[in-house]
Design a protein around this ligand. Structure first.
Ligand SMILES: C[S@@+](CC[C@H](N)C(=O)[O-])C[C@H]1O[C@@H](n2cnc3c(N)ncnc32)[C@H](O)[C@@H]1O
Length: 398
């Protein structure tokens, strides 16, 4: 990740941003944003930070963990929908977009006194539409599917925050996954990056995902090691705003290309396996689409019950195996498979660390390995744990 240049040299005003992320990854996201030069404060479900638009462009381009970057336009106390209408109407929307563009408004609440968030959404939308109608005689139309501009509001017990979305499509969409090519319950890319961050994986360390499916964890890891900015192959919401600084954006993308070239030959030890040959084929294709050469990730078909280390030097396993409730394990029942997987880890992976994301809280018992660390995390709506295991060399008998 390049050190921040735009922020310190820029005379532009300080703006307030909120980067949203999956619950449990707030601290990891704050570290990532600090590495970009931001003063970042973790909150629930995200991180707030300040800077100029250049910093926000860089966060969109480089953050592997954020789901979205939002610009905060208002933060004020409210008691009812009329006050929301007034707060929304006091923002100069014409500084950001044009009434010929399409709009979508989303509202979330936590302990909001309002009875209906739908009605609150309607009032906020009305205030933006009326703002333009009164000034320009034109109004933006609503498009809930592919809007040009997205406005988010968050209502807590007393205060309302209004945000302009700078990301567009959520940031976990890196641009390489094909729509019809979803695989069996693939992880979101930003959650996969979060697992690697929480596990403390270093790009020089051997990595193995023995349940690799479509290859999400491995592709994130290889992109980290190869210095590939996660947002290099996609478009962003900020490109549609009137404030869009095309030259600055071209410069930031250019710097990212240089960074990628510099890390092009970095040696990688990234390995993946899965019992399903089709999943291996898909992971291979996804790696190619993600801009990784044939040699970046070593993939093979293998059963976790008979797993062998792919390299002699101990490294790190990061994975999310299927678990009972959700998906059947191939080749046997869940309990027996996890028992055999645990046995393979204990007998053949001495010196390795294993980090396993699962919705099964009893996983350590099933593997018969006591965890060293445990992080609560959400995989979509599923309450999960990322268990960290230290695997020791078997002590010689005698
Ligand atoms: C939850 S998915 C992993 C998804 C993956 N992280 C991704 O993002 O695409 C679990 C994977 O475990 C594989 N699997 C099931 N039983 C297995 C076994 N006995 N050995 C190895 N892989 C197995 C499935 O084929 C599936 O691809």
């Amino acid at each position: 990740m390049p050190a921040d240049r735009t922020l310190r040299l820029s005379p532009r005003p300080l703006l307030s941003f909120h980067a949203a992320c999956p619950h449990g990854l707030e601290e990891s996201l704050a570290l990532e944003l600090r590495a970009l030069g931001a003063t970042a404060t973790p909150t629930r479900g995200g991180v707030s930070f300040e800077g100029d638009l250049g910093l926000a462009y860089r966060a969109n381009l480089w953050s592997r963990i954020a789901s979205r970057i939002l610009l905060r336009l208002a933060h004020a106390p409210y008691r009812n929908e009329d006050e929301l209408y007034r707060i929304t109407g006091s923002i100069d929307w014409s500084a950001w977009f044009d009434p010929r563009q399409t709009l979508r408004v989303d509202v979330t609440g936590s302990r909001s006194p309002l009875r209906s968030l739908n009605f609150a959404t309607l009032r906020i939308k009305d205030a933006i539409v009326d703002f333009f109608r009164e000034r320009a005689g034109e109004r933006p139309s609503i498009d809930t599917r592919q809007p040009d501009v997205r406005v988010f509001a968050h209502l807590d017990e007393r205060e309302a925050s209004l945000y302009l979305d700078l990301s567009g499509e959520p940031l976990f969409k890196r641009g390489w996954r094909q729509r019809e090519d979803k695989g069996e319950a693939p992880l979101k890319e930003n959650l996969a990056a979060g697992l690697l961050a929480l596990a403390g994986w270093q790009a020089t360390q051997p990595l193995l995902d023995p349940f690799c499916g479509s290859g999400t964890i491995l592709i994130e890891a290889a992109q980290i090691a190869r210095g590939i900015a996660p947002g290099l192959s996609r478009r962003f919401g900020f490109e549609r705003l009137s404030t869009f600084d095309e030259a600055l954006w071209a410069d930031l993308r250019g710097q990212a290309q240089v960074e990628m070239q510099a890390a092009r030959a970095a040696p990688l030890a990234i390995h993946g396996s899965d019992i399903d040959a089709e999943a291996i084929g898909q992971a291979r294709m996804n790696a190619r689409r993600a801009g990784l050469g044939e040699d970046a990730i070593a993939l093979r078909q293998a059963d976790c019950r008979t797993l062998e280390p792919p390299v002699a030097t101990p490294g790190m396993i990061v994975c999310n195996p299927p678990y009972g409730e959700r998906i059947d394990v191939a080749g046997g029942d869940y309990e027996a498979t996890m028992l055999a997987f645990g046995q393979a880890l204990k007998t053949r992976f001495g010196g390795w660390e294993a980090w396993v994301l699962s919705g099964d809280r009893t996983l350590p018992r099933r593997l018969r390995i006591r965890e060293k660390r445990k992080h609560p995390l959400y995989n979509g709506p599923i309450d999960c744990r990322l268990f960290g295991f230290e695997l020791f060399e078997p002590t010689p008998r005698g």
